[in-house]
Design a protein around this ligand. Structure first.
Ligand code: NIG
Ligand code: FE
Length: 402
């Protein structure tokens, strides 16, 4: 039996249009017909085709409907937290200084290595619930706080269990998130271990779980050349590259992303103009993480406007992680996109829905045109712009799941 429903009594509906980079449809007095969890028709209620007249109705209560958010960059699973380090930063220590003293990512690695799969799953599920409450219906989730085979394997197993429980996300293998404590001073050997041993073994142990791989290309971590070799190894295993690129300094990360055919290059606070052009030409999605710029207290916001002018389909993400952005809130990111990256509301909304989905190769997410998964958010506002305008207001959408 097919499940047919029509969402009615909407003040309006806003959806990006996958046929265009930045065009947004804004339909007043909208209705949306869905069949078996997919959008079948969308338009003004007065134009609803006769075949839907008898279908059961869902009352939208005079709200605005939008597609659910897609978050294309999170470090969902980790042990412990870094509130102690955060307090040190409030007393003047820098993120890089704390990392150089063996804290930072490596503190989380110690806590993650000590966590069982069950503990990782329990923490992960709480975080997924927090995202969902705020309207995030699909995410990209990275490993990367294991930095050795067995711990990375436990993280991947925890993701496999969360998938089994029905959560919607894509997994990225990131054993090259930092130099492992065992390899400090020998990035070359660490890169070889990642490319030749860890990635192949993770894919062998957990078939079908990960779709992407990632490398932190950064001064003092991995060079572009080491990143290239890890990505080539990942591609041979069927993993599509995503790159932590030009986050704290320029290291040619965006250029590398274009060269290896990456789905995305992420962070990009120090991206070059050549890198922007290369990303546009190679259809690499720049994923900008303004929550991280905010939380690290940096002044260099990623040049979103220049990227859009260069022809890039910019996406936004939380970068949820314990060190540089412990934030699960897409509205905070939407607001920073408008207020600091100088995106219009429609651009920032598209950058949190359609473009992230595209970077995850999910044509059925991030919009509400026919064929899309019918994950609909209902916002109790007069105008959607209020979500940004009332800047501290903790709006929560009602999620109408597919
Ligand atoms: O995306 N750049 C590397 N990784 C994270 C930070 C991780 C951490 O501090 O724990 C990021 O900013
Ligand atoms: Fe990150």
């Amino acid at each position: 039996m097919s499940d047919r429903r029509v969402l009615v009594n909407l003040r309006g509906l806003l959806t990006p249009d996958p046929a265009h980079a930045w065009a947004v449809d804004r339909i007043p007095d909208a209705a949306l017909a869905m069949e078996n969890g997919r959008v079948a028709w969308v338009g003004q209620a007065t134009d609803l085709p006769a075949q839907w007249a008898d279908a059961p109705k869902v009352d939208g209560g005079g709200t605005w409907a939008t597609p659910g958010f897609v978050d294309p960059h999170t470090h969902l699973l980790f042990g412990g937290d870094r509130s102690g380090e955060f307090n040190r930063r409030l007393h003047g220590a820098s993120y890089q200084q704390i990392a150089a003293e063996g804290g930072g990512i490596r503190e989380t690695v110690r806590a993650t290595r000590g966590a069982t799969v069950a503990e990782l799953v329990a923490a992960g599920e709480e975080r997924l619930k927090a995202f969902r409450k705020r309207g995030v219906v699909h995410l990209e989730c990275k490993t990367g706080y294991g930095l050795e085979l067995e711990a990375e394997s436990r993280l991947t197993a925890a993701y496999a269990e969360l998938k089994k429980r029905g959560w919607s996300f894509d997994v990225t293998l990131l054993p090259a998130h930092d130099l492992a404590p065992e390899f400090v001073g020998d990035a070359e050997a660490n890169a070889r271990a990642v490319a030749e041993e860890w990635l192949p073994e993770l894919v062998r142990r957990h078939p079908g779980i990960a779709r992407f791989c990632d490398v932190f290309v950064e001064t003092g971590v991995y060079t572009a050349d080491q990143g290239r070799r890890i990505f080539e190894a990942g591609k041979r295993l069927g993993l599509i590259p995503r790159v932590h690129a030009d986050e704290l300094s320029w290291t040619g990360g965006a250029e590398l992303a274009a060269e290896v055919g990456a789905a995305s290059a992420d962070h990009l606070m120090f991206c070059s103009e050549a890198g922007m052009k290369a990303m546009a030409a190679a259809d690499v999605t720049p994923v900008l993480l303004p929550g991280t710029t905010l939380f690290l207290g940096m002044r260099d916001w990623a040049p979103a406007r220049k990227m859009i002018e260069a022809g890039c389909r910019v996406a936004l993400a939380t970068d949820f992680n314990p060190g540089s952005c412990p934030c699960v809130d897409p509205l905070t990111i939407l607001r920073l996109g408008c207020l600091q990256l100088r995106m219009t509301f429609e651009e920032a909304f598209t950058a949190l829905t359609l473009h992230p989905a595209r970077s995850l190769r999910r044509g059925d997410l991030g919009h509400l045109l026919p064929g899309a998964k019918a994950d609909v958010l209902l916002w109790d506002v007069n105008e959607l712009l209020e979500l940004v305008y009332w800047v501290g207001e903790p709006y929560r959408p009602r999620l109408l799941p597919a």
